[in-house]
Write a protein that binds this ligand. Structure first.
Ligand code: FAD
Length: 390
C-alpha cells in the first residue's frame, strides 16, 4: 500500500521522537473531535487544557514563565503535526500559545504574567489577539480603537473584526491608540478580561475554511481597565512590541502550510492508488506520479526552509526578511499542492465527505493573514535593501 507519510532523514533523533509523540496525540485527541468541530464551528475547549498540561502551549517560551522551554524548531514540528490533522483547531491553539502568550512573556510585568500568561499556558484561560478592524487590516497603524486615560484607569472604545477565539475567550490582547494623533507611534497593548462591563463578542463569523476555530467581532464600549492592564509603562510603545513578534508568527506559516500540504499528499496518494479509470489505477498514469512527486518535492523544500529559518531565529539573528520569505513562499507553494490534490480527486475532490476540499479551504487562508503576501514582499524588498530609501 502506498505510504506518503514522510520522515525527514536529517531530523535530530529527539525531534523525530517528539514528532511521533505529537502525531500520536493529534491522532488520538484531535482527529476524533475534528469532524464535529468542523460541522458545528465550535473549538473543543477541553483541548486547551490537555495541550497545556503537556507543556505545549507556549512551547518555545521559557519554563520559568510556564512555557515548554523548547526552541523554535521544535515548535515547527509541533505545529506541522497539529495542522496535518486539523488546521482550525491548530490555529485556535496557536493564537493561545503563540502571539498572545509571546507578547505577555516578552513585555508583560510579573503581575500580568501571573494573572494572564500562566493560566493561558495551562489552558485554563483562553486568549484572543484583537488587532484587526474594519478599516485596519494590512494597515494596522490605522486602527481607531482608543484608550483614553482617566485618573488611574484607561477607558477603551472601538470595534475589532476577524478575532480568532473571541467567542470563547476569557481575555483579549487589545491594540488601541492612547495618542490617536501620533499615528503608529500612539499605539499600546492592553490585557482586557472579557467579562469587563462594555466588552462583548457580538458576532461569530461563518468562514469558508478553518471552521473548527471560532472567529468573532468584539465591541468595546467604555471598557474601563486599570492602568496596570497596559503592557509596558510608556504610551506609544505598542507598535514596536507587535513588530518584534511578527517574525515569530510568520515563521509558523511554514509549519502550518507544510502540515496541511502533508495531509493533502497522504490523502491524494491513498486515493489515486484506489481509483480506477480506463481499466487501470489512476496512480499508474505517469502524469499522476509526476504530480505526486512534485507535491512531495515542494513539501520537502517547504519543511527544510521552515526549519532553516526557525534555526536562524533560534540563534537570535535578524529574520525580518526570512520570516516573510518563508511565509510567502510556503503559503504560495501550498496553493499549487492543494490545487493538484483536489484535481486528482476529480468530482470527489469537490465533495465534503472526501475531506480534500476542507484542506483546500483551510489552506487558502495562509496567503492572507498575519501580513498579506503582497505587503510582505514589499517589506522584504525594503529589508533586503533592494530599494533605495528616498
Ligand atoms: C480566519 C481569519 C482569522 C483571523 N484572525 C485574526 C486574529 O485573531 N486577530 C486579528 O487581529 N486579526 C485576525 N485576522 C485578520 C487578518 O490578519 C487580516 O484579514 C489581514 O491582516 C488582512 O487584512 P484585511 O482583511 O483588512 O485585508 P486588506 O488590508 O484590506 O487587504 C486586502 C488585500 O489587499 C492586498 N494588499 C495588502 N497590502 C498590500 C500592499 N502593501 N500592496 C499591494 N497589495 C496589498 C492583498 O491582496 C490583501 O489581501 C483574521 C482573518 C481571518 C480571515
Amino acid at each position: 500500500m502506498a505510504d506518503a507519510r514522510y520522515q525527514p532523514k536529517d531530523e535530530a533523533a529527539e525531534l523525530t521522537e517528539f514528532r511521533a509523540t505529537v502525531r500520536r496525540f493529534a491522532e488520538a485527541e484531535i482527529r476524533p473531535r475534528a469532524a464535529q468541530a468542523e460541522a458545528t464551528g465550535q473549538t473543543p475547549r477541553e483541548l486547551f487544557a490537555q495541550v497545556g498540561k503537556l507543556g505545549w502551549l507556549g512551547i518555545n517560551l521559557d519554563e520559568s514563565l510556564g512555557g515548554g522551554g523548547a526552541d523554535k524548531l521544535t515548535e515547527m514540528v509541533f505545529i506541522e503535526e497539529l495542522c496535518r490533522v486539523n488546521a482550525g483547531i491548530a490555529g485556535a491553539l496557536m493564537i493561545q500559545g503563540g502571539i498572545t502568550a509571546e507578547i505577555i512573556a516578552h513585555h508583560g510585568s510579573t503581575e500580568q504574567q501571573e494573572a494572564f500568561l500562566r493560566p493561558a499556558l495551562r489552558g485554563e484561560k483562553i486568549a484572543c489577539w484583537a488587532l484587526t478592524e474594519a478599516e485596519a487590516g494590512s494597515d494596522a497603524a490605522a486602527i481607531r480603537t482608543t484608550a483614553r486615560r482617566e485618573g488611574d484607569d484607561y477607558v477603551l472604545d472601538g470595534y475589532k473584526v476577524f478575532i480568532t477565539n473571541a467567542p470563547i475567550a476569557d481575555f483579549a490582547v487589545v491594540h488601541a491608540k492612547t495618542r490617536p494623533e501620533a499615528g503608529r507611534r500612539g499605539m499600546n497593548v492592553f490585557l482586557v478580561e472579557m467579562d469587563r462591563p462594555g466588552m462583548e463578542c457580538v458576532r461569530t463569523l461563518k468562514k469558508c475554511g478553518n471552521r473548527s476555530s471560532q472567529v468573532g467581532e468584539l465591541r468595546l464600549e467604555n471598557v474601563r481597565v486599570p492602568a496596570s492592564a497596559m503592557l509596558g509603562k510608556e504610551e506609544g510603545t505598542g507598535m514596536n512590541m507587535m513588530k518584534s513578534l511578527m517574525a515569530s508568527g510568520r515563521i509558523t506559516y511554514g509549519a502550518r502550510t507544510t502540515g496541511v500540504g502533508q495531509a493533502a499528499l497522504e490523502k491524494t496518494a491513498a486515493y489515486v492508488n484506489e481509483r480506477r479509470l480506463f481499466g487501470e489505477r489512476l496512480a499508474n498514469m505517469q502524469l499522476t506520479q509526476t504530480k505526486l512527486a512534485r507535491m512531495a518535492m515542494h513539501l520537502d523544500v517547504m519543511r527544510s526552509y521552515t526549519h532553516r529559518v526557525a534555526g536562524l531565529y533560534d540563534r537570535n539573528l535578524d529574520v525580518r526578511a526570512e520570516s516573510s520569505m518563508v511565509k510567502v513562499f510556503c503559503s504560495e507553494q501550498l496553493q499549487t499542492i492543494l490545487f493538484d490534490a483536489v484535481q486528482l480527486h476529480g468530482g470527489y475532490g469537490y465533495i465534503e465527505e472526501y475531506g480534500i476540499e476542507q484542506l483546500w479551504r483551510d489552506g487558502r487562508l495562509y496567503t492572507i493573514t498575519e501580513g498579506a503576501n503582497e505587503a510582505l514582499t514589499l517589506n522584504m524588498a525594503r529589508v533586503l535593501g533592494l530599494v533605495d530609501r528616498a
